[in-house]
Ligand binder design. Structure first.
Ligand SMILES: [Zn+2]
Length: 227
């Protein structure tokens, strides 16, 4: 005997079909999500003072901004976390020349020079990491004393892409600490800038030996599972 509901063929079949389709879609996307593993794009120190015209500018930073913004937007769309690190020093920081350090005064907390370089800007849900906040310690790494590794684990991030400034200092230190903390780490070759570009090949060799991948942002996206 058929139940009364089974007679309403015109109503029931398309609905059933639709349900199956959406179940398939969910199944597919969750399989893909498992395969993708969560990624974070770390944007290291792209601040006014480290860009052309700033107190401690790296080389060719203006050519970094547009492709970096495109990468950040694509990473957001792909469901990656966006992490901005900012050098954020007290005025008497030990890395400043007047205090016996190697650098001109830069990225003083709350100063204009410490702001993210426009058009970069943080959006709701992005993670902002401020480093070098104590008087002592260079504060090169975004992981050093900032709680970033714990935060990423909390967000189920397994792989990181590292971009930003400067290749041989804060990008290098952040990538090495990311590896040390157990993240699959890719340095985005086209989205980093050095103070001295001659140093870049040496840094890449060192990072590769330490276990990092060196890829373009496009290659990284492909490996993350979303192009
Ligand atoms: Zn600094």
């Amino acid at each position: 005997m058929k139940r009364s509901g089974d007679h309403v063929i015109g109503d029931q079949s398309p609905r059933k079909k639709k349900l199956r389709q959406s179940e398939n879609a969910v199944g597919k996307s969750s399989r893909k999500a498992r395969k993708m593993r969560r990624a974070a794009l770390i944007v290291v120190d792209v601040q006014r003072d480290f860009c052309e015209g700033g107190a401690l500018a790296a080389a060719y930073t203006l050519s970094l901004l547009e492709p970096l913004v495109n990468c950040i937007e694509a990473a957001r769309r792909a469901g990656a976390m966006i992490v901005y690190t900012q050098d954020w020093h007290p005025e008497n920081h030990s890395s400043f020349q007047e205090n016996g350090g190697p650098w001109p005064m830069h990225c003083v907390a709350n100063s204009q020079g410490a702001e993210l370089m426009p058009p970069l800007r943080a959006e709701e849900g992005d993670v902002i990491i401020r480093k070098g906040v104590a008087v002592d310690g260079a504060g090169y790494s975004g992981f050093e004393g900032t709680g970033l590794a714990e935060k990423l684990r909390e967000l189920k991030v397994e792989r990181i892409g590292v971009s930003g400034i400067a290749t041989e200092y804060c990008v290098r230190a952040t990538a090495l600490d990311g590896l040390q903390a157990g993240f699959e780490t890719t340095v985005l070759a086209d989205l980093i800038r050095a103070v001295n570009p001659k140093e870049t090949p040496r840094v890449w060799r060192e990072l590769k030996r330490a276990g990092a991948h060196i890829h373009t942002a496009a290659e990284w996206f492909a490996s993350v599972g979303k192009s």
